[in-house]
Write a protein that binds this ligand. Structure first.
Ligand SMILES: [Zn+2]
Length: 140
């Protein structure tokens, strides 16, 4: 990872995604031909290769598909407290998103795959907000 440019550099096809996050909305691209949602944003549908893409607001709900506890700072520019939970979240709409799981102890014994999760928006700068996830309902 390039530590000189710690913040994501939005590409034109991902602009609606970053714009949505600034307004606390998780936006996903969807193909108008086969109607499937996908992630990451790209100009062609990964399923049918159509270029007819639209954006919609996702529910922000999903489930924990897989996770990993991070103990080492992989990028000094990120001020995430360690250890933290790197999480692959499978959204209700289908796509998987790599994020962090928050609101839980970073203990593998206390985290279960398939746990329902919901998005929380973490504002980093005026330009950049990241979608993080927590157990649905704010945890138990
Ligand atoms: Zn398609």
């Amino acid at each position: 990872m390039d530590i000189l440019r710690p913040l994501p550099q939005p590409t034109p096809e991902a602009k609606p995604y970053w714009d949505g996050l600034r307004e606390d909305k998780l936006m996903l691209p969807r193909c108008r031909q086969c109607r499937r949602a996908f992630f990451y944003p790209r100009v062609l549908c990964p399923f049918c290769h159509a270029s007819d893409i639209e954006w919609f607001q996702a529910s922000g709900r999903g489930r924990l598909y897989s996770f990993e506890i991070l103990h080492q700072q992989f990028n000094r520019a990120f001020k995430v407290k360690l250890p933290c939970v790197l999480a692959m979240v499978e959204l209700e709409e289908g796509p998987r998103l790599l994020s962090n799981l928050v609101g839980v102890e970073p203990d593998p014994a206390k985290i279960r795959c398939d746990t329902p999760v919901e998005v929380v928006f973490e504002k980093l700068t005026d330009e950049l907000t990241l979608p993080l996830f927590r157990p649905a309902g704010g945890g138990r």
